[in-house]
Design a protein around this ligand. Structure first.
Ligand code: PMM
Length: 298
């Protein structure tokens, strides 16, 4: 299945017939997997440029940690962290996504060249967000979210996680479209790990086609998350640390790409850049085999 690209995406990316790779640049002192490593602007810029060399199609730039339990940073500080790095990466030719739930920063970031607004709250974190993105003309990523990082684990109650996430995302799409964001500019994200601390993440990954039935491109952010640490737990049951979750992350990238995800968001780009190409070759060959056997004709 080829991913459909959102309409305002730059043309050189829209031409690609594979899942895109979004490399994470966290300009934060406290993100769960790489906090502090790229906190200085120069280090963040160098890191972003390295991710591009390694095969990132998009850089996702964030100045506020969303790890479980994290407290908010003031807008002024988020701005100071993000904007200098954004300007440098845009000047270097990168397609940049700004990872923020604040409309004011989203607006400024797009004015400085960000092509995508990645909102982990799907608009629930700032009532101005949807109208602001509508005016900006950017691609909008609406992630499934039930509440802030300091309380989200307590909101992880589901009878049917796939159906509920689908319904809650559909309602965010309605809100975004009413605020003026064109439907073809919207990308949806199941929000792995957000109000989903454990086993709820697997049905969401396995049910990507159910979320895809909303007719919008999907972004998947599994990279180094807790549920992978638990999956790979050591014999005593202790989860492996984030630094040892990249192999599992790349495996998820391949599966998500084979399931038709538009983009995968990862910290370690090289393995995922390979994984999405493997998935592309696999799905192309499978389609050819099915043509030969007549299966594609139903
Ligand atoms: N996860 C994190 C941050 N931003 N954005 C989207 N769209 N999807 C995600 O799954 C997502 C995100 C948390 O990971 P990080 O702290 O390592 O950036």
């Amino acid at each position: 299945m080829s991913p459909r690209h959102p309409a305002p995406l730059p043309a050189h990316l829209r031409q690609l017939d594979r899942t895109l790779v979004m490399g994470v640049v966290n300009v934060t002192p406290d993100s769960f997997s790489d906090g502090g490593r790229w906190f200085e602007p120069t280090a963040a810029i160098e890191h972003g440029l390295r991710l591009l060399e390694e095969g990132a199609d998009i850089l996702d730039l964030g100045g506020e940690s969303t790890r479980p339990g994290a407290a908010r940073v003031p807008l002024a500080e988020e701005r100071e962290r993000v904007l200098p790095v954004l300007r440098a990466l845009v000047a270097a030719g990168a397609v940049v996504s700004v990872d923020t739930s604040r409309a004011a920063l989203a607006d400024e970031a797009v004015q400085h060249g960000a092509a995508i607004v990645n909102d982990v709250t799907g608009g629930l974190g700032d009532e101005q967000m949807h109208a602001t993105v509508a005016r900006s003309g950017a691609v909008y990523v609406a992630m499934h979210w039930r509440g802030p990082s300091d309380v989200m684990d307590g909101l992880a109650r589901y009878d049917d996680v796939v159906a509920e996430v689908r319904a809650e995302l559909a309602s965010r799409v309605d809100h975004a479209v009413q605020a003026g964001i064109p439907r073809e500019s919207i990308v949806l994200d199941p929000g792995l790990g957000f109000a989903k601390p454990g086993a709820e993440n697997w049905p969401l990954l396995a049910g990507l086609d159910v979320l895809g039935s909303l007719g919008l491109p999907l972004l998947v952010g599994a990279s180094r998350k807790r549920f992978l640490g638990h999956l790979l737990a050591r014999p005593g049951g202790e989860p492996v640390p984030p630094s040892e979750r990249d192999g599992a992350t790349a495996a998820v990238s391949a599966l998500a790409a084979a399931a038709g995800a538009w983009c995968v968001r990862v910290h370690e780009v090289r393995a995922t850049a390979d994984a999405v190409r493997v998935a592309q070759a696999w799905t192309t060959a499978r389609s050819a085999v099915r043509d030969t056997t007549g299966e594609n004709r139903g």
